[in-house]
Design a binder for this molecule. Sequence first.
Ligand code: SF4
Ligand code: SF4
Length: 181
Amino acid sequence: MSKDEIDIQLKEPIQTKDLDPEFKYELANTYLGKSIEACFKCGACTGGCPVSILTEVYKPRQIIGETLLGMRKEVLAGRMIWLCATCYTCEDRCPQKVNVTDVILAIRNIAFRKGYASKALIEQAKNMVETGWIQRPTASMNKRREALGLSPLPKKAVEDIQKIIKATGFDKLLYKKEDEK
Ligand code: SF4
Ligand code: SF4
């Protein structure tokens, strides 16, 4: 299902039969997502979130609330989970000590495993694995730096990065063929 289809679907009323009551437990059973069940939907996380101030389409309370409701498909395939800047302000604001940022990261992990990450994010991850940079460095970058009197781009510890991604199994997810997702 494309993101546009999800957006269209969100304009329609949600049907109980389409909810997945196990979704919140799937999160609660992960190390990062275990605090989700304490949320009482006060909205303090959204109120203090700098991304929410910049764009009204982003609301961490909505992510947590939809997850608790069981809106699995909408949460995983939606764009919102990828907008979090991981600044952790929401965790300071939450009166229920929900680790909001960590919960969102746990949701991202599930979304990534299920193949919902955007092509742009996957491309950035591949760049990181192969070059150490999320944007591939180009020769013109160093020329521009030289013209500005800056040193060449520092070399990244690509081998170490590759060891870490192999040890975590991230490489298998990243280079999975589209039809295996
Ligand atoms: S601040 Fe905490 S309790 Fe309030 S909506 Fe956000 S996660 Fe839920
Ligand atoms: S960690 Fe994410 S959700 Fe929390 S305040 Fe920062 S940008 Fe907003």
